[in-house]
Design a protein around this ligand. Structure first.
Ligand SMILES: Cc1cc2nc3c(=O)[nH]c(=O)nc-3n(C[C@H](O)[C@H](O)[C@H](O)COP(=O)(O)OP(=O)(O)OC[C@H]3O[C@@H](n4cnc5c(N)ncnc54)[C@H](O)[C@@H]3O)c2cc1C
Length: 410
């Protein structure tokens, strides 16, 4: 709907729209929250800066907890009809042995595995569901750049999109715009950063039908690599010490290729596919959390509220769990057209502890495994503790289900 609320004189505003909940960011957190609110009849507008949902080198993991949420929404069977693979264990392979780091098959769930599904397919699937509700609006190519604020209350956003500047007025604005969140910055939220000891290079190599399925961590002398099964290709994360990218670039592509083959000799027959640095994406690994996730009229969720280290690949399910908790708590206030600070604080209270626990777990793994490997040339010996089956179940639970179960309340 278009209303005649006065426009901001700083820009020529093409139109002013109103909705009840304006969600900025069409990643896992934003699309799932949009669907959950839309199915309750709440007017919701989702703004995504990109023109499509294609994501190069993003997580393709759907964890058991997310599959349970999909089941509660009646979507799990259809989701599993999309081409996917299943990862039952996370294994770590050293030159001497293979150690199981997390075994999902023991989890008490109907989905005791990680579903590997390209993120773009998952996002498109959720959007198609949301589009069944007339109260859902999606604007692609909407780059949000300003908050609308009056007397300290956030009342919506302004974005640049087709035709110029647009304004969206809303009762509640959600920042689900990821690790470099513009809304976090615009809203003046204080973020506390920790510094993981590594950065990551991402690239793809062909996967042969006879290759092992799922994902595996590979450990060589001073090197770590994670190989994720994407059907016809491996998505590979090559972990380097923090700040080490310049040195790797200076050493040259042939040296990097040699190192990859040294860790995973079976890739020698396809390493020639890496011809150019343009095929390799650099990810500066960060981890942070925002002290207070909300202010009047606005809430941050997902990576915007807590950037996750890639250890364990948990960012997607924690972002989606934020969305579910936000929908559970905020649907009623939104229907009553008044969302108070207490409601927003409740979302943070339910989600902060699990997030901080998983971040502490990631820090532990970084210190115990990543730092020793990356800082020495010794062959890594997996800690004895990892060989105890009972302890092996803890990472599987934390990664697969999260700290506390999260369910959709309808
Ligand atoms: C290379 C890489 C690999 C990863 N692998 C895994 C993995 O295997 N498993 C896992 O669980 N997690 C993984 N993660 C982390 C995971 O992708 C994130 O934790 C998760 O996507 C967070 O979801 P989100 O919805 O909060 O944010 P995002 O997925 O980052 O979505 C934010 C959205 O907001 C949009 N946006 C940003 N700014 C604006 C703006 N100003 N206006 C409008 N829209 C905007 C972005 O385009 C994006 O679509 C990986 C991350 C990276 C970078």
């Amino acid at each position: 709907m278009t209303s005649d609320i006065p426009v901001n004189p700083a820009h020529d505003i093409v139109d002013v729209q109103t909705t009840d909940c304006c969600i900025v960011g069409g990643g896992p957190a934003g699309v799932v929250l949009a669907l959950l609110l839309a199915r309750q009849g709440i007017p919701v507008m989702l703004l995504e800066t990109h023109k499509d949902f294609d994501r190069d080198f993003r997580g393709d993991t759907i964890h058991p907890s997310v599959m349970e949420i999909m089941q509660e929404l009646g979507l799990s069977d259809r989701l599993l009809q999309l081409p996917h693979t299943k990862m039952h264990q996370i294994r770590m392979q050293t030159p001497q042995e293979t150690v199981v780091m997390a075994d999902f098959s023991h989890l008490k769930t109907s989905y005791p595995y990680i579903t590997m599904l390209p993120q773009v397919k998952f996002l498109e699937f959720i959007i198609q569901e949301a589009q069944k509700y007339p109260n859902f609006q999606l604007v692609m190519g909407a780059n949000v750049q300003e908050l609308i604020e009056s007397d300290g209350v956030i009342q919506g956003v302004r974005y640049r999109g087709g035709g110029g500047w647009h304004e969206v007025r809303a009762i509640l604005t959600i920042g689900a715009d990821g690790r470099h969140s513009k809304l976090r910055q615009l809203g003046g939220f204080e973020s506390i950063e920790t510094s993981p000891p590594m950065d990551v290079l991402w690239f793809r190599l062909p996967r042969h039908p006879e290759d092992p399925q799922g994902g595996v961590g590979r450990i060589g002398q001073g090197r770590i690599m994670a190989m994720l099964d994407r059907g016809i290709e491996w998505q590979i994360a090559y972990v380097i010490p923090k700040g080490g990218y310049h040195e790797i670039r200076t050493s040259g592509l042939p040296a990097l290729k040699d190192s990859i083959v040294e860790i995973a000799p079976e890739l020698s027959d396809r390493i020639e596919h890496l011809q150019d640095w343009l095929q390799i994406a650099f990810l500066s690994v960060e981890s942070s959390f925002v002290k207070r996730w909300y202010r009047q009229g606005m809430l941050l969720i997902g990576d915007a509220a807590h950037v996750m280290s890639p250890v364990g690949g948990v960012g997607i399910n924690y972002a989606i769990q934020d969305a579910v908790v936000a929908a559970n708590i905020l649907s009623k206030p939104l229907k009553n057209r008044h969302v108070g600070l207490n409601d927003l604080a409740k979302v943070q209270r339910q989600r902060e502890l699990p997030t901080r626990i998983i971040q502490a777990f990631q820090t532990l793994i970084q210190k115990q495994i990543f730092t020793p490997i990356l800082s020495s040339n010794r062959i890594f010996q997996p800690p004895m503790l990892l060989r105890l089956p009972i302890l092996r179940d803890i990472p599987a639970r934390l990664i697969g289900l999260g700290v506390f179960p999260v369910h959709v309340q309808t």
